[in-house]
Design a protein. Structure first.
Length: 140
């Protein structure tokens, strides 16, 4: 059974709704799924998982959330080389620029992005939920 971690931050619930769908998609494929807030996850845990989904909305000015998520991600990214990961998150007005930067950063870390990232404006609609389920399935 594939072990999948879903690590996400969400201020107003939009990325959380996406995370719920990622979890559903991975579980539907038979994965053993663990869900963490940023404060619960650290570099030493990366090796416990076959794949990791990271979720964070666009915050600040097209950056990751800076108080909890960014410190966690800075901590783990030195452990992501060769790791199968996928990214998701919600945005409000920027059109997704933060995700393009985040994907480039992950590639520089040597992470393997196993499927297209899923982004959506504010609350995910049915199509975005389906894409998140597909992301979870791809990681499983
Ligand atoms: C402090 C703050 C900064 C934000 N900065 C951006 C931004 O730079 N670009 C953007 O597209 N949306 C931005 N947003 C909008 C959020 O990304 C959007 O509302 C998203 O759906 C929030 O997801 P969440 O419900 O998971 O927290 C910002 C929201 C807040 C509260």
């Amino acid at each position: 059974m594939s072990k999948v971690a879903v690590v996400f931050w969400s201020g107003t619930g939009n990325t959380e709704a996406m995370a719920d769908a990622v979890v559903s998609g991975a579980k539907a494929k038979g994965a053993d799924v663990s869900v963490y807030s940023p404060s619960e996850f650290s570099a030493s845990m990366v090796s416990q998982f076959d794949a990791i989904a990271f979720g964070c909305p666009s915050m600040g000015a097209e950056v990751l959330e800076e108080t909890e998520f960014e410190p966690m991600f800075t901590n783990v990214e030195g452990s992501l080389s060769g790791k199968r990961i996928a990214l998701f998150g919600s945005w409000g007005w920027g059109g997704g620029a933060w995700m393009t930067d985040w994907e480039a950063r992950c590639r520089e870390d040597g992470a393997v992005l196993v499927c297209p990232s899923v982004i959506c404006q504010e609350m995910p609609d049915d199509a975005a939920i389906a894409d998140c389920e597909g992301l979870g399935a791809a990681l499983a």
